[in-house]
Design a binder for this molecule. Structure first.
Ligand code: SF4
Length: 347
């Protein structure tokens, strides 16, 4: 797919846009004032491959905590600001690597000007983060999509008038078609990188589906430079889901891909249990490898041959394949260990 050309910005040492690899990011769920808890959560996210992290800054104490949090983490830290422009200034003083502002609740041009000038001086990028749920008051004639696009463009023009172009933009809604249409529209109207997400997407069970559809559809059109899967749950799930979306579209080679059949009445082994056990073992690996776990001879040998490593199971025995060749057959009790041994042999 041809990706939309966007300008590159740097958030800390991470490039977003300009054709750089799509960046998976997340947001902490801890009280930002609790420095220990927030730092620990961010370290957990780093271990999962999260490349940018955002924290809520609801008050002065949270803003001031940023510099201590930054000292304990490796990835760039973005301050999420709503309502009070002074918190943005404090976050900049506390060395935030990026800011997110919501045009729906920081409206006074003089306040925005103060933030922009302080960010410009420090060369800190800002995201104009429009949410369908907190839009500025607009003409009732306009559709939600048009209101979202107008809110973003209005802020972009204000930033540009102050000679500030370290801009990233997001237009998020809970509604997937609204998010897709809004991003398609804004993508043609401005050159800045786009942060994609479905807001308030829900618990992992449903939120991953909504996010995969919304984010995935846009990425498939070549739109999007960084993604955040918003889930009501452990933020590491957000990072895991983000990479699965990228890998599903061949936009990222990080980590293993598991191909497993759903099982059916033909399977004569516990294929679901085996796939779950393999998934758990693969989660701890970084190697970009395709592993197939298949239940019978219908599609089994074909998929197992096409993967880097695969198993096609039959009654009580399974054929193990590596790089297209059957390397051995094993008994059911040895399926997991034999498969993982072959995974270890692939460079
Ligand atoms: S590979 Fe075999 S067991 Fe698995 S779903 Fe297909 S037919 Fe069923």
């Amino acid at each position: 797919m041809k990706r939309r050309a966007s300008r590159a910005i740097k958030i800390g040492d991470v490039t977003v846009g300009g054709g750089a690899p799509i960046v998976v990011q997340s947001m902490t769920k801890t009280d930002t004032r609790d420095i220990r808890a927030t730092t620990d959560q961010i370290r957990g996210l780093e271990e999962c491959g999260c490349r940018l992290v955002r924290v809520a800054v609801p008050d002065k104490e949270a803003a001031q905590a940023l510099s201590s949090i930054k000292r304990g983490i490796q990835i760039p830290l973005i301050a999420d600001i709503h309502f009070d422009y002074r918190l943005a200034l404090l976050a900049l003083e506390a060395d935030a690597d990026g800011l997110r502002l919501n045009p729906g609740n920081i409206r006074d041009p003089e306040h925005i000007k103060k933030i922009v000038l302080a960010a410009r001086e420090r060369e800190i990028p800002m995201r104009i983060g429009v949410n369908a749920g907190s839009l500025p008051k607009a003409s009732k004639q306009k559709s939600i999509v048009d209101q979202m696009v107008s809110a973003a463009l209005e802020h972009i023009q204000l930033f540009e008038s102050l000679d500030f172009e370290l801009i990233k933009v997001s237009l998020k809604a809970f509604d997937v078609p609204t998010t897709i249409e809004a991003n398609k529209a804004i993508a043609q109207k401005m050159p800045y990188p786009l942060h994609l997400g479905i807001t308030e997407a829900g618990t992992p069970k449903r939120g991953v589906i909504r996010s995969a559809l919304g984010i995935g559809a846009l990425l498939y059109m070549g739109i999007g430079d960084t993604i955040r899967v918003s889930l009501t749950g452990d933020p590491r799930e957000e990072v895991f889901a983000g990479y699965e979306i990228l890998k599903s579209l061949d936009l990222e080679e990080r980590g293993p891909i598991l191909i497993s059949c759903p099982s059916c009445g033909r399977a004569e082994v516990d294929i679901i249990g085996l796939a779950e056990a393999v998934e758990e073992r693969l989660q701890k690996m970084d190697k970009p490898i395709k592993v197939a776990v298949m239940g019978c001879v219908v599609n089994g040998p074909g998929e197992a041959r096409d993967a880097d490593v695969g198993i096609a199971c039959g009654k009580g025995r399974g054929a193990i394949f590596r790089k297209g060749k059957q390397v051995r057959t094993v008994e059911e009790k040895d399926f997991l260990e034999a498969l993982m041994a072959e995974v270890g042999r692939v460079q």
